[in-house]
Design a protein. Structure first.
Length: 248
């Protein structure tokens, strides 16, 4: 790798990280020596790139710094197209339309030698077999996520009476057979998952959750990781555990 390319790659590593990145981690990803990484960090700092940190602690890229737009590689364009194709087949009408618009905008600015490979990327995202219809507007739910608003829903599990819940939306997941909102439920005082096709009504409230969505997401993700670790231990102790979970 040329040094100029390596310096840009270090910036990319720091740009996508949310925590300090150690010199060893950068060296491992770039497949260079730790000494080389330290020299490159010094070179970046000397050229005015706001890399903060030190050896043994880790490095971060100061907020607000950005590079001029860089051209995608062919592989990056294939991955972008795969994601947009998945959005077109799994999202609601608004998401699908927005994904098509994004494809058109990206194709317009690409040079000729990359445009064909992007539009004809050899990666396929098959549509889900069948997604149940939603009664609510998913666009409004996504707006609530962006604005960090509480949501009141009338939710019905098959075979039960509908229940009103006030929830703090965290993330909307698009699965093969359902769209699912992960949220903090005020009634249960715990994280809960709600299928959007089981929401009979939805109202976006003016009230905000007492904790921001980033913090809620971190708490939710930590709980998921802990639950996954518990299941691994359970599976190791009892070979019948996966079958019990599938049945129950």
């Amino acid at each position: 790798m040329r040094r100029a390319d390596r310096l840009l790659q270090i910036i990319q590593v720091l740009r996508r990280a949310r925590r300090p990145v150690s010199g060893g981690a950068i060296a491992a990803e770039l497949e260079v020596s730790l000494r080389t990484v330290y020299r490159d960090i010094v070179a970046l700092q000397a050229s005015g790139v706001p890399v903060l940190g030190e050896a043994g602690v880790g490095y971060v890229l100061e907020d607000g710094y950005d590079l001029p737009p860089l051209m995608f590689t062919s592989e990056e364009l294939e991955i972008v197209m795969l994601g947009l194709r998945m959005a077109q087949t799994r999202g609601d009408e608004a998401i699908s339309r927005t994904a098509r618009d994004a494809v058109a905008k990206i194709a317009t600015v690409l040079p000729e030698e990359l445009r064909g490979g992007f539009l004809d990327a050899p990666l396929y995202a098959p549509p889900p077999a069948s997604l149940p219809a939603d009664r609510i507007e998913l666009a409004r739910l996504r707006e609530a996520l962006r604005l960090e608003r509480k949501v009141e829903i009338l939710y019905q599990v098959p075979g039960r009476e509908p229940e009103r819940r006030v929830v703090w939306p965290i993330v909307l997941a698009f699965f093969e057979r359902a769209r699912v909102l992960a949220a903090w439920c005020e009634l249960r005082q715990d994280h809960r998952n709600f299928r959007t096709d089981r929401m009979l009504e939805m109202t976006v409230l003016e009230a905000r959750p007492p904790r921001g969505r980033k913090r809620l997401y971190a708490e939710w993700w930590k709980k998921r990781a802990e639950e996954a670790a518990c299941m691994q231990i359970e599976d190791a102790v009892s070979p019948e555990a996966p079958a019990r979970r599938a049945a129950g």
